[in-house]
Design a protein around this ligand. Sequence first.
Ligand SMILES: [Zn+2]
Ligand SMILES: [Zn+2]
Length: 67
Amino acid sequence: MNKNIRCGVCQKSFTTISQIQSHQQKLNHDKVYICTHCSKQFTNTNDFKVHLQQHASKKKNDLTAME
Ligand SMILES: [Zn+2]
Ligand SMILES: [Zn+2]
């Protein structure tokens, strides 16, 4: 299953997060944050943090459900 991850800055597409990250580093797209869980991209640090917290709280809920 090939995921197409598009660079949110220049719309180039990549298949892995590490590819897009090295692309963004090369071109200094330094304000793009990529979620390693679902490859969603954010240009705002706060949005990205909130999104990561959602992943974290989902994990917590899964753990509590297993107990
Ligand atoms: Zn780009
Ligand atoms: Zn995510």
